[in-house]
Write a protein that binds this ligand. Sequence first.
Ligand code: FNU
Length: 211
Amino acid sequence: MKRLVLALDVYERERALEIARETSDYLWAIKVNWPLILGAGLDVIKELKETANVPLIADLKLADIPNTNRLIAGKVFEAGADYVIVHGFTGRDSVNAVKELGEVIIVVEMSHPGAEEFIQPVADGLIKLANDVRPFGVIAPATRPERISYIRSKLRDGIKILTPGVGAQGGSAKKALEAGADYVIVGRSIYESKNPREKARKFHEELMGAI
Ligand code: FNU
C-alpha cells in the first residue's frame, strides 16, 4: 500500500509535470496548492492526473461561506480534483457545501508553530465536526506526533489522517505513521532535492517499513 502524498508546491507547469512523472511510482496521491494553481492554471490538475495516474488533492483550505465554498469547489472538482481540503473552523454548513460536490479533507490541526495559537485549542471541536460530517480524511501535524495519536484516539473509525510537516518542517514520516497517520504529505524534501525520484523512493520505503 502506498502512503506518500507529494505536495507539489512549484509554480511552473513543466517542472511540476516532470517531478510528477519521476516520482509517481512511489505516490498514493499528488497534492496541489495555490502556488501551482496560480502559477500554472487549473488545467494542470488534469495534466498531472494523466501524467502520474494517481489521485489529486486540491489543498485550497477553503474557509468561506457555504455559497462561495460551493462556487470554488465546483470549479476544482470539475477540473479533475478527487479531494478538496477545507477548513473546519468556518462551521459545518461551509464544509457540507463542499462535501455535497465531492470528497473533502478537513483541517483539524496544522503543522506550523502558529497552529498552537488558535487552531490547537479548538481541535476537539474540529474532531467532533469531522466525526459528524464523516469526510474522507482530516489533516493532523507530523510535527507533533503526540497530537496525531490524540486525534486518532478521538476520531471515528474509517476517517483517514493525512499528515504534513515531514522533512522541511522537522517531522518524521515513520513517527507520524506509528502515531496513527494513514498518509504522509511531503513537499520540499522531495521537489527541492537533486533527485526527486530517489527521495520519493526513500520515503516510500520508510513508510512501508514503519508498520
Ligand atoms: P513541505 N500543509 C502544511 N501544514 O504544511 N495543508 C498544514 O497544517 C496543512 C497543510 C501543506 O513543508 C503546505 O501548504 F494543513 O514542503 C504544503 O503544501 O513538506 C505541504 O503541506 C507541506 O510542504
